[in-house]
Design a protein around this ligand. Structure first.
Ligand SMILES: [Zn+2]
Length: 292
């Protein structure tokens, strides 16, 4: 597969037709997207913290992966993915060789990133930190990235102790309590107090789009039964509320949780959506780092 050259990638957005053409979005909205990226507004006041959520626009990949696919593991040309990561560095202004990524598995393993292991997965899939769905660091100049296409991405920050974490959470991660486990690991490893933690929950499937089976219903019922909606023909899950409930269970303050309402499936022209595109699609994500 070819990819556009760097020059061509900065041209106006491609035209894209979602394969699921019968699907009518439920909560499509006008997003405040700057230069193809989104930001949590409550994190802009944290001194030294940088973060951005990517969209599918502004990259070099073509076809199902058009255009800013950041995932090496989804069938796209690896050279296009490397080029796309170079493109975000132009806007984000961090050292690409320090970008740290995980081989995400819908598990609940959380890895601490130091100067010794930073940069793993920056330019290929093989060297990414294996079997890990959350990364955290206290180090400056150590950008962390989590990739998604329907699952939730979370950004957690403890400004007092200079700790940042990024998390991947689908229903498996959420019901394994990866969000609250990340807070507890911040406490255990860096002395974080839950009431100091700020959390951002990024674009993820809305309840209308998230039909689930009995296995998910059983798992969600153990944490927060109210997050299972029975208003549809089959059960649906409110993943955002499930994550918030898990965070509340370790005393993260509601007023410290910012939740984006964007849904990749409803807004397939803006984000990659695994469900919306029948499983063959790219990945967008969150990158976060402390400036040196
Ligand atoms: Zn939706």
């Amino acid at each position: 597969m070819r990819c556009f050259g760097l020059g061509a990638t900065l041209s106006p957005p491609f035209s894209y037709v979602a394969p699921d053409t019968a699907f009518q979005p439920h909560n499509a909205q006008r997003l405040n997207i700057m230069n193809n990226f989104l930001h949590f507004s409550s994190f802009s006041y944290i001194d030294g913290l940088q973060h951005a959520i990517t969209t599918r626009h502004g990259g070099s990949s073509e076809g199902f992966y058009a255009s800013l696919n950041l995932g090496f593991h989804v069938g796209d040309d690896e050279n296009c993915v490397r080029k796309n990561r170079q493109i975000i560095v132009q806007d984000f202004d961090f050292n690409l060789e320090n970008l740290t990524c995980a081989q995400q598995t819908h598990g609940a393993n959380i890895e601490i990133v130091t100067r010794k292991n930073r940069g793993r997965g920056a330019l290929d899939w093989q060297s990414a930190i294996p079997s890990t769905d959350a990364l955290m660091t206290q180090e400056s100049d150590t950008p962390l990235m989590i990739l998604v296409a329907d699952c939730a991405l979370l950004l957690l920050v403890d400004e007092v102790n200079h700790v940042v974490a990024v998390v991947h959470a689908g229903w498996r991660g959420a019901t394994s309590r990866i969000a609250s486990q990340t807070v507890l690991k911040m406490a255990q490893s860096f002395g974080t107090k839950a009431e100091d933690v700020r959390v951002g929950i990024g674009p993820t499937l809305c309840v209308d789009c998230f039909e689930v089976g009995e296995e998910v219903v059983r798992a969600a019922n153990e944490i927060a039964p109210q997050t299972v909606s029975l208003q549809f023909e089959k059960p649906h899950l409110d993943l955002r509320e499930l994550l918030r409930e898990d965070l509340r269970s370790v005393r993260v303050l509601d007023s410290h949780i910012e939740t984006m309402t964007s849904c990749p499936r409803c807004e397939a022209e803006t984000f990659f959506s695994h469900r919306g595109e029948n499983g063959v699609t790219g990945r967008f994500g969150v990158a976060a780092w402390w400036k040196s």
